[in-house]
Design a protein around this ligand. Structure first.
Ligand code: ADP
Length: 664
């Protein structure tokens, strides 16, 4: 720090140079400027347009860095300071007033004035902010937003903002350039008063009228200082020796982590930013909402379909082989009669006795019949089988009992009803013990079958089960059985048993080689596997539709974020100009992004849940929301929201304040 004859040098610049690259051409804006500015000065920088005034001002105000030279501010070399140290200086030592005011739109005058103080160690000070607004004559405009203020009033807000952290120097770049002459005088009077109170003022102007307020005028041309003259005696504040002028310069300790107060402040900033642009916030959330909602609903549908299919598959019975007479076909043409092998109950017994790996068999016949109860009648499937059927095909009655072997042998007229028939014929009474007619023969209802649901090809609950012999001899008039279910003891023996059954049938029917395939043995386990695979495919299909929705939602968010990136970059520039450190900016934007993602994600979960509920409630589809789909959706929403919300902000936060402020 140079202290000469009782004077304190605030700014000492030597030979600074700055060039701008414009594509191929290089524009030299400053070609070696040296200047000394003392405490308490009121300095005007003048010169024609393009002479480098603003560039010099931005370098002095630490909004930009020169290509070479040296710059001592309050005795400290600043050109090799880190970004955050520069932020400290901008925050505490310097106040900047721009020609374009650079206020945060959609934010009240009070909040605008407060802005630098939230990045200072003293914390935000609403009282002081109000006092300053009163001082600049805006007592009744405290809660007005910039677009509700005149140009002069906006500039006064900007001046109050520059003053909030008690700066030592105020830089003003054409502060009255956008103002009418009355406001111009008011603003200049304000600067004059501030200078009298001891604040060093440096302003850029091209008007002689304005320069008259200054005590010293520097003229520039083509990036060089061409004259430097004192016009008045200086303001009185320049000569206090021994003042602790470093006070307030770099005071904040360099916490690598943010304190809870700072985080709280960033939360408030994030909240304010989100609320002040509700449409943008809502649209970003909508993108996440749609993505998350779609994933949840689609996967719920897929899982539901899979589950109901599995349930139905298990009701088909497990470890089952089904033996059927096959019409021998060749190329789709039936061959002559007599090539079909027919079966009887004897075959069923033969199989179970000859093959120890088979636990039980159930021969069965099917046909259709008219069921009548009182005045109601219903055409349904009639199934005749043996008691084994109940356990093999998951048909153990939910009410009443199955028939036994004796009843089968005696061709008893007892029947078990499927759920559909109960609904149709006995809407309001218990069918057990009632007498119904099946094809005009009386039957007593002894049980109700469990619900099996709709399979793709028919209603499995629209069935009446009666004893096999009763069905064959009394109702359907069949001599042969239509199929024999064979239960295999061990699931891994299915194929072996299939071969053994084949052997037994060929042998007992003495089939010649030409008729070897006049019957078929179907492996239900294989069928189940095929169906499961189909349902898996469907889940994948729905999953990919969901993934597309996610992508579309993500692109939506990206668009909104990109559209606002210019505005947000300028905001970041301003925040940096008033002293925000990189981590201040990043944590604010991170919080914003997290809030958008989390709120959007939660709304998406609710929406997905709602759609799922509606589908199962109104359309009757089976749905199942899995916790995995919720987690997946949340993960997605966080990645997209934080990625697109935070990444541009992270990029912008490392720009020079002036570059961010100029961002197009
Ligand atoms: P003044 O404030 O005196 O009008 P500036 O400092 O704004 O002058 O500009 C000095 C020179 O640098 C001008 O020739 C201008 O065109 C150029 N310049 C200023 N800013 C930029 C920039 N961001 N990119 C390229 N050239 C610039």
């Amino acid at each position: 720090m140079a202290v000469e004859e009782g004077r304190i040098v605030f700014i000492e610049v030597r030979e600074i140079k700055k060039t701008y690259a414009m594509g191929q051409t290089v524009v030299p804006a400053l070609r070696g400027v040296s200047i000394c500015i003392e405490k308490g000065e009121f300095l005007a920088i003048m010169g024609p347009s393009g002479s480098g005034k603003s560039t010099l001002m931005h370098l002095l105000g630490l909004l930009d860095v020169p290509d070479s030279g040296s710059y001592k501010l309050l005795g400290r070399e600043v050109l090799n300071l880190k970004q955050d140290e520069l932020a400290e200086f901008r925050n505490h030592t310097i106040g900047f007033v721009f020609q374009q005011f650079n206020l945060l739109s959609r934010t009240s005058a009070l909040e605008n004035v407060l802005l630098p103080s939230i990045y200072s160690s003293n914390g935000s000070n609403r009282e002081k902010s109000k006092q300053l607004l009163e001082q600049v004559g805006l007592r009744d405009r405290i809660f007005h937003k910039p677009n509700e203020l005149s140009g002069g009033q906006q500039q006064r807000v900007a001046i109050a903002r520059a003053l909030i952290n008690n700066p030592k120097i105020i830089f003003a770049d054409e502060p009255t350039g956008n103002l009418d002459s009355k406001s111009e005088v008011e603003i200049m009077e304000l600067f004059k008063k501030l200078n009298e109170e001891g604040i060093t003022i440096i302003l850029v102007t091209h008007e002689e009228e304005i320069a008259k307020y200054a005590h010293r005028v520097i003229r520039m041309r083509d990036g060089l200082i061409i004259s430097d003259e004192k016009t008045h005696k200086e303001g009185g504040a320049g000569k206090e020796i021994g003042e602790k002028f470093m006070e307030g310069a770099v005071q904040r300790k360099d916490f690598t982590l943010l304190s809870s107060i700072e985080i709280f402040e960033h939360f408030r900033q994030a909240k304010r930013a989100l609320l002040s642009n509700k449409v943008r916030t809502a649209l970003s959330m909508l993108g996440i909402l749609i993505g998350v909602g779609a994933v949840i609903a689609m996967l719920a549908l897929g899982n539901g379909a899979k589950q109901s299919l599995e349930q139905r598959l298990s009701s088909m019975g497990t470890n089952l082989l089904v033996l059927r007479p096959g019409s021998q076909r060749s190329g789709g043409v039936s061959l002559e009669a007599g090539t079909v092998t027919r079966f009887t109950s004897f075959d069923a017994e033969e199989i179970v006795t000859q093959i120890p790996l088979v636990s039980k068999t159930a021969p069965q016949v099917t046909g259709r019949g008219q069921i009548v109860y009182g005045k109601r009648n219903w055409n349904s499937q009639i199934l005749g089988s043996v008691p084994n059927y109940a356990s093999m095909r998951a048909a153990i009655p939910v009410v009443g009992r199955f028939f036994n072997d004796e009843e089968n042998q005696k061709k008893s007229r007892v029947a078990l009803l499927g759920q559909t028939i109960v609904k149709e014929l006995f809407p309001d009474r218990n069918p057990i013990g009632e007498v119904i007619k099946i094809n005009r023969i009386n039957f007593q209802v002894i049980g109700i079958l469990p619900e099996k649901g709709q399979s793709t090809w028919r209603d499995q609950d629209d069935v009446v089960i009666i004893p096999l012999l009763t069905a064959m001899k009394r109702v359907l008039g069949k001599e042969y059985v239509d199929a024999i279910d064979i239960e295999v003891k061990e699931a891994n023996q299915m194929e072996r048993v299939q071969d053994l059954v084949n052997g037994v049938i060929v042998k007992s029917h003495r089939l010649p080689p030409s008729q070897m395939d006049s019957f078929e043995i179907r492996n239900m386990a294989e069928l189940q596997a095929a169906l499961s695979e189909t349902s898996q495919t469907m889940t994948w299909l729905l999953g990919s539709i969901a993934a597309i929705s996610l992508l579309v939602g993500g692109i939506g968010i990206m668009n909104i974020m990109l559209v606002s990136v210019t505005e947000r970059t300028r905001e970041i520039g301003l925040r940096k100009a008033v002293g925000a450190r990189i981590k201040d900016i990043q944590s604010q934007f991170l919080i914003e992004a997290v809030v958008i993602s989390v709120v959007g994600g939660i709304l998406g979960i609710l929406a997905g849940g709602g759609v799922t509920f509606a589908l199962s409630h109104f359309a009757g589809w089976v749905t199942h929301i899995s916790i995995n789909s919720v987690l997946l959706a949340l993960l997605f929403s966080s990645v997209v929201g934080i990625g697109f919300g935070f990444w541009p902000a992270k990029k912008a936060s490392s720009l020079n304040p002036i570059d961010a402020l100029r961002y197009e």
